[in-house]
Design a binder for this molecule. Sequence first.
Ligand code: NAP
Length: 283
Amino acid sequence: MAKLIDGKVISAAVKERVKQGVAKLNEQGISVGLAVIIVGEDPASKVYVANKKKACEALGIVSEEYALPENTTEDELLSLIKELNAKKSINGILCQLPLPRHLDEKLIINSILPEKDVDAFHPSNVGRIMIGDYDFVPCTPAGIMEMLAYENIEVEGKTCVVIGRSNIVGKPMGMLLLHKNGTVTICHSKTRNLKDICLGADILVAAVGRPKFVTEDMVKEGAVVIDVGIHRTENGLCGDVDFENVSKKASAITPVPGGVGPMTIAMLMQNTLTAAKRQNKIG
Ligand code: NAP
């Protein structure tokens, strides 16, 4: 039976570290601030934003929430971002995605100052990840790297397979594993012989967006399996991995819920602290 990689325990450790970092800045008279913008009434987005606010409060980060109506124009949103870009007390700006259809997501993300882009979606931050010289990493892959480090799972020399090539999970995940000297394959919907490729993985990351997609016959004995997926089913939450059967074969595995999910907000808090330090030329 695989060892459980417990996202609740590891995220609590990250949050404690951030809390101490924030307190240290506060002692020097520096506050840490995050602005969260939400446009419209998407219920899932509202829950995410509420959770981010709660996390900020617990760690001493000042959070400002900007809840804008669904019919907000691009100009209105851009002018709010411009204001927040210039606001000294705000170190990080996050615009909750997805945005309503009439708003150009790319244009909005690109208008956030890269040094305040704590989601690491701005092309400048994406490029910096590519060359291995970065301050921020998208929160989900950053959280996964934190989990591997916490569990002393060595990446160097390992065969790493990532299923999924999204800009927020799959691609940055592949780059981070590469920077740690893993040998990385990124798979997607056009990949041939997916099962054979997965069977070669020492570390397998599933970010497919399909419930229980990774089955036991795709996993090598003793592999480390990281499940990014989250799906609401009749029987509760499940991931992209068939946990029940894969956990009998893997050496370590993240559960859903309680795995990668809790890491994401913790890493957002970490990125916000990093932003505050950089903007105040500390560390
Ligand atoms: P996404 O943008 O939908 O990307 C899914 C990727 O999976 C795509 O690259 C797609 O390939 C690939 N794919 C789809 N079907 C496939 C197949 N049959 N074989 C191989 N590859 C296939 O999703 P995402 O945003 O990366 O998220 C992935 C999952 O993680 C979702 O369940 C999401 O809810 C979850 N998630 C969780 C967290 C968290 O905090 N735990 C954070 C973010 C996302 P193509 O590129 O060829 O289409």
